[in-house]
Write a protein that binds this ligand. Structure first.
Ligand code: SF4
Length: 245
């Protein structure tokens, strides 16, 4: 999408926000499209600054594909390790693969993934600038929540992905992802709306403290847009403010 497309999408979201909050249109400043450092959309091949990330991720993908460390291995069709930029602006983390992801091996390709894609242009991103992963790499049966032991067994893979990719920002999609990444039992309502720092257990010893923001899972928003669209928009604005730094 070009700059005009971003501005049109931004204006539409401003109008929606006005309608949800006040019922009428209010004046808004024009969208300023910041250039976010050197992390442009990925061209073919790995960025020059990260020549070994592709190899490290390939090793991880290979390990995940053979993994039987928890019971989710029994019912999967394929593993879904995650995919995206090797030098991501944002690492989006969801809960676990759904049916479409289990069929294709790719994260967020169903209805929720398509909806997530629409969140990106208004904050100046395209999917190719992001990496998308889940807390568990195998589909829980009937899309149930992954159990704590399953999350615990799979968490080292996510920790390695964070260490390899060194994302500028992490965005947790939904309660399970937020609680897993932030190592807390606090509710989503308590966690969203502010900037967290990646807990020490998930950081590299020499790594920077990666900022973490939390919002609702796109699936939840699709089920209740009237309630959740406004808080998600607030969270995306918070994410955009971090991208602009
Ligand atoms: S969910 Fe994770 S830990 Fe469990 S079998 Fe799949 S890859 Fe292994």
């Amino acid at each position: 999408m070009n700059d005009e497309g971003y501005r049109a999408a931004w204006k539409a979201l401003d109008l929606l926000e006005d309608w949800l909050t006040t019922g009428y249109s209010r004046p808004h400043p024009d969208l300023v499209l910041e250039k976010t450092g050197s992390r442009e959309p990925a061209a073919a091949g790995a960025p020059a600054a990260v020549p070994d990330r592709a190899a490290q991720l390939a090793d991880l993908t290979s390990e995940v594909s053979a993994c039987v460390k928890c019971g989710l291995a029994a019912n999967r069709n394929t593993t879904v390790p995650g995919e995206g930029s090797l030098d991501p602006e944002v690492l989006f983390i969801g809960e676990g693969p759904g049916a479409e992801e289990d069929r294709t091996g790719r994260p967020f390709v169903g209805a929720a993934g398509k909806y997530l894609d629409t969140w990106l242009p208004p904050i100046g991103l395209v999917r190719e600038q992001c990496f998308i992963a889940n807390c568990v790499k195998c589909r829980p049966p009937q899309n149930r929540e992954p159990h704590p032991d399953e999350i615990g067994a799979c968490l080292p893979y996510l920790a390695r992905q964070i260490a390899i990719l060194k994302p500028r920002i992490i965005c947790c999609l939904g309660r399970i992802a937020a609680q897993t990444v932030l190592r807390t039992t606090a509710s989503l309502g308590e966690l969203r709306g502010r900037i967290h720092r990646l807990p020490l257990e998930l950081q590299q010893p020499d790594g920077e403290a990666i900022p973490v923001v939390v919002t609702y899972h796109p699936s939840a928003v699709l089920r209740d847009k009237a309630t959740l669209r406004k808080p998600v928009w607030d969270d995306l604005k918070l994410l955009k403010s971090l991208l602009a730094k």
